[in-house]
Design a protein around this ligand. Structure first.
Ligand SMILES: O=C(O)CNC(=O)[C@H](CS)NC(=O)CCC(=O)C(=O)O
Length: 278
């Protein structure tokens, strides 16, 4: 048994204030016994505009936010999934939405760049999203070996693309992490069912860490951070506002389920080659 934590936040436009809050919540997670903690998408900065966020991008491997993540992992002895942060691309005005993973000694062990970008107009609420205007999509799937099992990385809108999760599972993932900032509108309609479906169809744990609250951009995010088990049960969740959601992951039980209910061996159509490297 190992304890995991999904950190829920309602990040604002002040990066230092967000890091302070993330640090407070990570201490709480560590005190609760978590060995792996997942921060939400954009935990470091939810500014007025996407352009401001891209402009705040760090170079790969150095910068205030990356130092913070390494320091927090080491300080609390956590496997730390650093939500997403903006990392510079070669293009001015566009950054990668990168999910960085740190080992308990503070070493960075993985980088995943969000593949699917949220370019969507929600007619019901009048919200428009054009993430690709300020974000460069990633093009490779990433799993990382940890003390808690093999972790597959996905971010927010990726949740709607089951072939990504299937590809991660085929690469060995036993537990998915999903830093997110779902909209209140789409979250209400789809979040719970999509999370449970990705866990059930891959017989995998899923730790979803969300933004949940109101932001200076005028957005409202859905929250409902949660941990789902391989049978689709929601082990713990939080509706909105900053907080820590903890639950225990039992890989022995998961392996038993995978053995007794062998759907993962029953796939007949294979995975398209392009999900391995786009
Ligand atoms: O741009 C930012 O500030 C941070 N990024 C996000 O919030 C991203 C892109 S706008 N949000 C999503 O992917 C929501 C997906 C979603 O809500 C759905 O699939 O329904």
């Amino acid at each position: 048994m190992s304890r995991v934590a999904a950190i829920q936040m309602a990040s604002g436009p002040n990066r230092e204030a967000n890091l302070l809050e993330a640090g407070r919540l990570l201490s709480e997670a560590a005190r609760a016994g978590a060995k792996l903690a997942v921060l939400p998408e954009c935990f470091d900065l939810m500014p007025r505009t996407d352009a401001e966020r891209a402009a705040a991008a760090e170079a790969d491997g150095e910068g205030r936010v990356q130092d913070f993540l390494a320091g927090q992992a080491r300080r609390h002895g956590l496997w730390l999934v650093g939500g997403t942060i903006p990392l510079r691309s070669a293009e001015p005005g566009r950054a990668f939405a990168s999910c960085l993973v740190y080992a308990p000694d503070g070493q960075r062990v993985a980088r995943y760049d969000k593949i699917h970008l949220f370019d969507v107009a929600l007619t019901e609420s009048g919200e428009q999203y054009h993430e690709s205007a300020t974000t460069v999509p990633g093009n490779g799937t990433v799993v990382v070996e940890t003390d808690l099992g093999c972790v597959g990385l996905a971010v927010c809108y990726d949740l709607r693309f089951p072939e990504l999760f299937h590809a991660l599972q085929r690469k060995g993932a036993e537990l998915f992490v999903l830093p997110s900032a779902f909209t209140a509108l789409t979250g209400q309609a789809h979040w719970d069912v999509l999370l449970r479906a990705r866990a059930i169809e891959n017989l995998s744990y899923l730790v979803a860490a969300a933004q949940g609250g109101f932001h200076v951009s005028g957005r409202e995010t859905f929250g409902h951070s949660q941990v789902v088990d391989p049978w689709g049960a929601v082990l713990a969740s939080r509706v909105s506002g900053a907080g820590v959601v903890v639950a225990d992951v039992d890989l022995t039980q998961q392996r038993r389920i995978r053995g007794q209910f062998p759907i993962l061996e029953h796939h007949r159509l294979g995975i398209p080659a392009e999900t391995e490297t786009l």
